[in-house]
Design a protein. Structure first.
Length: 626
């Protein structure tokens, strides 16, 4: 079974992992701690919500976002969704139309062959069936195709730990699968002989994994710290094997464990504990695989990528899972291709749904990368689109097929298939475009830039179609349809949207021989919210043995809940405030059962995630826990 929804776990066969960047005799130079989640390339902790998309979150949201941004010098830590890749893009393409998890190998195959859409282009939500139907998003995703992926195997756990640390020290992050509900949690202990662990004392840490096989889950390794100590055998002595832990990013939001991160002790990776035995250690229910089970996965991003040839095609089908698309190439006398390229998307995937995830037939336009076949091309080549439909009764229809060559000026149209639409039912068809010296008129290519593409009404947008091209003539007209009932003409125009909505602005260009082309851009207009939240007041704290009780006054009528934050007195000073919990709306009390003995300070804040607002903090309440 696939990995996800924290209910099952399995792997497909994967490619071998390339050699580490550090040789074995260089492991001694590794730093004592690394935390790549602090780098600007790493995105903020977010939540996958109620669906089983953890594989997509680990591979696409965390790893692909981070590795791509690191390679290209981009920033995601500020939450810029243009710099963060969408887990919805990946999960919805590889889950076969069922919310039951996914395979790592399918996620990586999708990224390697198609790239990924950004969060802003295809925002994440709980809809696990919808595919992206915007051809410009498909085209842009290709520009981010990574180079490769691989696996660090768990055949030798000591060596695996060294390999993981070497990858992290070289600035990379890794993903892995585990049974998260079988983890056993404890707390980081203070080693009084060092100050290197002080900032982490009291944080939650996994000590081992039970053999119960509960909750198949994908997570991301972002760092390690050799100074972390957990007293595994409970003898209050720092024993060999008890120090050191990996830092894990989870996709369950910032309320999970340590602000959305978790520690996993090095010892938890072994099949058997290396720590000396005691009356309570080692446990008898320990999993024989270790927490990382079969190992961890790497991804190598590119600093840049530009395809050489792309195919753009429009299809309609009632059940996308019955459809498979393949690209091919041959000479102009062939009716079938000599060489083929198989995608991950649109290959008997998606289940019994239309492209938009509904049960009603619809059209969708996709863009695939022909670059992997370019070396087989000649001056006169035939570029094939193979369409396979495997079940009778729901025909596949090809509405259009265009071929573009990519150069420094952009995507230039090679040709468009003219004998369309054509359908196939329970069979296979080939359609093609011949790349030969042209004598007939080639249609122009419309290109539009809009700025801005989103904002609050009234939204003034500048549209620029001057980048439109015609390879064998000139463009004589530019016609605009702004999508709200208004139109315009000219290479550059301006238009103001006054109402909330999502508008498709279209540009149609016509050349001097009468051929035309149309492209579009989406403009989203919102109404600016003036809603605010009143902060809670009258926060009071009462200390008891092992816990603290908080009460406060709710002054808002539109909060979704309250965040509770705590600072503790430690080594003659208070620590920074840490969010320890969130409660629902209209709740005005909380019992902190995790409060450590000693002095604590608390503060409370109202929040509304739907409006993306929080209130000011309440007053501070101090208490002493016995």
């Amino acid at each position: 079974m696939p990995l996800g929804w924290e209910s099952a776990y399995a792997y497909k066969a994967v490619s071998a992992y390339p050699e580490s960047e550090l040789s074995l005799d260089q492991y001694s130079v590794l730093p004592s701690s690394v935390d790549n989640s602090l780098l600007s390339a790493f995105p903020p902790i977010r939540s996958q919500g109620s669906i089983g998309s953890c594989v997509a979150w680990a591979t696409t949201y965390y790893q692909f976002t981070y590795e791509t941004n690191l390679a290209r010098g981009r920033t995601a830590s500020n939450g810029d969704n243009n710099m963060i890749f969408s887990p919805k893009w990946t999960y919805n393409m590889i889950n076969n139309g069922v919310d039951a998890g996914a395979y790592f190998s399918d996620a990586y195959a999708l990224l390697l062959k198609h790239g990924a859409a950004s969060w802003s282009e295809f925002p994440y939500d709980k809809n696990y069936l919808e595919w992206c139907l915007n051809q410009s998003v498909w085209r842009n995703a290709i520009n981010y195709r990574p180079l490769s992926w691989g696996q660090i195997y768990n055949s030798n756990t000591t060596q695996m730990i060294l390999d993981l640390k070497a990858q992290l020290a070289n600035g990379h992050i890794l993903v892995f699968g585990t049974y998260v509900y079988s983890w056993v949690m404890s707390y980081v202990t203070d080693d009084n002989l060092t100050y290197e662990d002080d900032a982490f004392v009291g944080q939650k840490i996994a000590t081992y994994m039970k053999n119960t096989k509960l909750g198949g889950h994908a997570m991301t390794i972002v760092g390690y710290n050799d100074n972390i100590w957990c007293d595994l055998n409970g003898n209050k002595v720092v024993d060999p094997g008890e120090k050191g832990a990996f830092k894990i990013a989870n996709s369950w939001g910032t309320s999970d464990w340590n602000g959305g991160f978790r520690w996993v002790s090095y010892d938890a990776l072994y099949q058997s504990s290396l720590v000396s035995a005691s009356s309570t250690w080692p446990p008898t229910d320990r999993s024989a695989t270790g927490i990382l089970m079969t190992g961890a996965y790497t991804l190598t991003a590119r600093a840049s990528y530009e395809p050489k040839v792309v195919a753009e095609f429009t299809l309609s089908h009632l059940k996308r899972g019955e459809l498979a698309i393949t690209l091919g190439i041959g000479n102009t006398t062939n009716i079938t291709p000599y060489w083929k390229w198989t995608p991950e998307a649109l290959y008997y995937s998606g289940g019994n749904y239309a492209f938009d995830g509904t049960t009603s037939i619809c059209n969708a336009t996709f863009v695939f990368d022909f670059t992997d076949l370019v070396n087989y091309a000649s001056n006169s080549s035939r570029w094939f689109l193979e369409v396979n439909d495997r079940v009778s009764g729901n025909p596949a229809t090809v509405e259009s097929y265009r071929l573009y060559k990519v150069d420094t000026t952009g995507d230039s149209l090679v040709g468009a298939c003219s004998n369309l639409p054509v359908s196939v039912d329970a069979g296979k068809i080939y359609i093609w475009i011949d790349d030969m010296p042209k004598t007939e008129n080639v249609a122009p290519t419309a290109h539009v830039i809009a700025n801005p593409t989103s904002g609050y009404a009234p939204l003034a947008v500048s549209f620029d179609g001057s980048g439109s091209t015609d390879p064998d003539g000139k463009i004589v007209s530019y016609s605009w349809d702004f999508g709200d009932g208004n139109t315009g003409t000219g290479a550059t125009v301006a238009h103001t949207y006054t109402e909330k909505g999502t508008y498709t602005a279209k540009l149609t260009v016509k050349d001097d021989k009468g051929a035309s082309d149309t492209t579009s851009v989406t403009v989203t207009v919102e109404i600016q919210s003036t809603v605010s939240l009143s902060p809670p007041t009258n926060l009071k704290a009462t200390g008891s043995v092992g816990y603290a009780t908080l009460t406060w006054t709710d002054n808002s009528n539109n909060e979704e809940g309250f965040y509770i934050e705590r600072a503790v007195w430690y080594k003659n000073k208070y620590t920074a405030y840490v969010r320890i919990a969130a409660v629902g709306p209209n709740i005005t009390s909380f019992v902190d059962t995790t409060a450590p003995p000693g002095s604590c300070k608390y503060r409370v804040q109202a929040f509304n995630t739907s409006l993306d607002i929080v209130s000011a903090y309440s007053n501070v309440a101090s208490v002493r826990v016995k």
